[in-house]
Structure formats: structure tokens, C-alpha cells
Design a protein around this ligand. Structure first.
Ligand code: 9MR
Length: 377
């Protein structure tokens, strides 16, 4: 009898340990019947991810399975940028972008075009353009050809990307220098003509911050006053585990939406690593590569940080759910931690953990916490 009681009680203890462990295991497999992000939020907003070339070509089997299971919107991380899609004045390369659009169509996803006019990742020939007239011709050809090709196929274009400085003034880009501030209106007008049924977005980082937000609002109002169509604003959402600006994020949703625009979070990720700018007098050009202080988790994220990251995502999604009527889409900047650009920026060769899926494509605690909110709605 004593023996039976002993084995029953040890079985109970094992069961309790197993239950507790599975409840906080940061990397569980998704069981085939557990709901997905896209299902969980289907009544609130689209859930998107950025795809790299390998994923678009479905050469990564884990991503090929996970992406359609979890996401109903896609953004091309790089392949629609000028340097790839329009490498020379009169040469376009639509190979990967055609595949990207086909991928989205096949999986019935919301397809984002990223991005038409951006000062970065321009093809080298653009910086050699001397006259304003030629730059305007480049912009016209580029938008007509790229947005025109995917008219009726791409659902939303990031028409202008990152045109603002942190203080809300216009960035001194090649476009501003040669075309003046009217280049933004011109870009939106061209996109509206080339892709009449596509949503047109302004997209930028840190525009939840008060000064930059005020600059964005002024720019958008100017477009609206001139009768130019703009449909949405993309808050990129590259944030940090320390000091997530929740109040600014909520205020931004409210203020951008008050302009009559859709709001989307277009490039969401949360870095867990120390930032060189947090160090007094530090300069990104200083060499931090190989420094254990700057790359503290090469072997895995400790549970305490996993929990902190999960809390950040939970707090964010609570705000998103609260303002679901104003939000069109939440897009993560990458499918899993291994793919994230944050492993290479602002310091190369680090191990970062900014997304909901780990390097083995398994859901992290942050995923569980976000999904748990879908039960409480
Ligand atoms: O994730 C992109 C990375 O692979 C590129 O090297 C980088 C080059 O500028 O661009 C990254 O994506 C950027 C996006 O297009 C615009 N917003 C900031 C993103 C992160 O830098």
C-alpha cells in the first residue's frame, strides 16, 4: 500500500513539473491545432512578416511552412528596393519581385510594396544624376514602371520612406536637394496614377516620437491640403527592450488616425541587446565586434530576458487591440530571430532575439503571451 501511494505521489509530482515546464518553456512546438497569429487577430488587423529572397523562393522549408500558417500579409525585406529592382537607368530586374507577388497571390496574402522613394539602397547610378530634371525623370520612370507593373497586385505601397529627421524637419536627401520639398507630393501623385487601387503609405521609424510625429503630421496635412491622396501611415516600430515608448505609441495611433489615415506597424521588432548609443560618448563607428559586453547572449536568451521581451510584446499588443479600429496591419520585420537585420546592426555579428519565433522557427514565450490576449478579447 505504502509502495502504491509512493508511486502515485511521484507520478503527481512529475505531472506538476511537466505542466509547469511546458507552461513557461520559451520555445515550444506549435501543435497543429493551436491557433495562429493570423487566426487569433483576424477580426482586429492583418498580421504580416518581412520576407527575404530565400523565403520568397521557398528555399527555407521551415519558413515555407511557418509563414502561410501564421501570417496573412507580407513585405519584401529588400528585393523591391531601387538597387535591386532598378539597377540601371533603363534596366529593371523583376525576377524576385514577380516571385514575391506570385507567392502572396498563391497564399492569398495582403501584399505590401516596399518601397518606391527612399534615400537609401538606391542604385549607384542615381547618385550620379546631375540635374533636377533628370532626377525627376528617374522618379517618374521608376514609379510608373514599378508601381504600374504591380497595379492591382500589390495592395499597399510604402510610397515614401524615411523622409524625416528626428526633429521633424525634412531629411537632406538627394530628392530634397534636387527637387525641393515638393518631391513628396510628386511621388504620391505619380503612385496614385500608376496604381489607382493600391493604398498609399508614408513609412518611417521613430515617428511615434513627439517631434518627428509633429513633422510627419505637418507633412501629411500639406499633402491633404493640396488634394494629394495618402491612405496610411506606417510606424516602423524598431524598438528596444528597455524603454518601450508605450505612451507615445498610443498617442501616435490616435493622432495619425485623426488625420483620416489608416495606421500600420510596418517593421516591428524589439532589440534585446545593448545599444552603443546608451554608452556615454560612444560612437557606432567604434569597434564593438567580438566584445562580450555588447553581445551578451551568444548561446541563448536567459529566461529572465525572455520574460521581459514577452511582457513588452504583451503591452504593445494590448494597445494594438485597444485601438484595433484604427489599425490596419501589424508586420514583424522578419520571420525568426536568425533572419533579423538586428544581428548585424548597429554592430556586426551579434546574436539578437527580437521576434516571436526563435532560430529554430519555434514560438517563444512572447508568442504565447501575444496569443493569450486573443483568448481574453
Ligand atoms: O532589413 C533590411 C536589411 O536587410 C538591409 O540591409 C537594410 C539596408 O538599409 O534595410 C533593412 O530594412 C530597413 C527597411 O527597408 C526600412 N526601415 C529600416 C529597416 C531596417 O534597417
Amino acid at each position: 500500500m505504502k509502495k502504491i501511494l509512493l508511486s502515485i505521489s511521484s507520478a503527481v509530482v512529475i505531472l506538476i513539473i511537466q505542466t509547469l515546464y511546458s507552461g513557461c518553456n520559451p520555445s515550444k512546438n506549435i501543435s497543429s491545432n493551436s491557433t495562429s497569429l493570423k487566426e487569433g487577430f483576424k477580426n482586429e488587423f492583418l498580421i504580416g512578416t518581412a520576407l527575404n529572397a530565400t523565403q520568397i523562393e521557398e528555399k527555407e522549408p521551415n519558413a515555407a511552412a511557418l509563414v502561410p500558417q501564421q501570417f496573412n500579409a507580407i513585405t519584401p525585406e529588400n528585393i523591391m528596393k531601387c538597387e535591386i529592382i532598378h539597377p540601371d537607368w533603363d534596366r529593371y530586374d523583376f525576377d524576385l519581385s514577380d516571385k514575391y507577388v506570385e507567392y502572396g497571390k498563391k497564399h492569398k496574402m495582403f501584399i505590401v510594396g516596399h518601397t518606391l522613394i527612399w534615400h537609401s539602397q538606391l542604385a549607384p547610378f542615381v547618385s550620379k544624376i546631375k540635374s533636377s530634371d533628370s532626377l525627376l525623370m528617374f522618379m517618374t520612370n521608376h514609379i510608373n514602371t514599378v508601381a504600374g507593373r504591380y497595379a492591382g497586385k500589390v495592395d499597399s505601397w510604402d510610397v515614401v520612406n524615411e523622409a524625416l529627421n528626428e526633429d521633424g524637419t525634412l531629411r537632406n536627401s538627394v530628392f530634397l536637394q534636387k527637387l525641393g520639398d515638393d518631391y513628396i507630393r510628386k511621388a504620391f501623385e505619380l503612385a496614385a496614377k500608376a496604381a489607382p487601387n493600391t493604398e498609399l503609405y508614408y513609412n518611417d521609424y521613430n515617428i511615434e516620437q513627439p517631434k518627428k510625429r509633429a513633422g510627419a503630421i505637418a507633412m501629411i496635412k500639406k499633402l491633404q491640403t493640396s488634394g494629394t491622396r495618402i491612405d496610411g501611415v506606417g510606424i516602423q516600430g524598431h524598438w528596444r527592450i528597455n524603454g518601450l515608448p508605450l505612451e507615445d505609441i498610443e498617442n501616435s495611433i490616435i493622432e495619425f488616425s485623426a488625420l483620416g489615415l489608416k495606421v500600420s506597424f510596418t517593421e516591428l521588432d524589439i532589440t534585446v541587446l545593448p545599444n552603443p548609443w546608451d554608452l556615454k560618448g560612444a560612437d557606432v563607428n567604434q569597434n564593438f565586434e567580438g566584445s562580450p559586453y555588447m553581445n551578451p547572449y551568444p548561446q541563448g536568451l536567459p529566461d529572465s530576458m525572455q520574460i521581459k521581451l514577452a511582457k513588452c510584446y504583451e503591452d504593445l499588443f494590448k494597445i494594438f487591440i485597444k485601438h484595433q479600429d484604427k489599425i490596419e496591419r501589424i508586420t514583424f520585420w522578419g520571420v525568426n530571430d536568425g533572419q533579423s537585420w538586428l544581428n548585424g546592426w548597429p554592430i556586426k555579428n551579434r546574436t539578437n532575439y527580437p521576434l516571436l519565433f526563435d532560430r529554430n522557427f519555434k514560438p517563444k514565450l512572447a508568442f504565447e503571451k501575444v496569443m493569450a490576449l486573443t483568448q481574453k478579447k
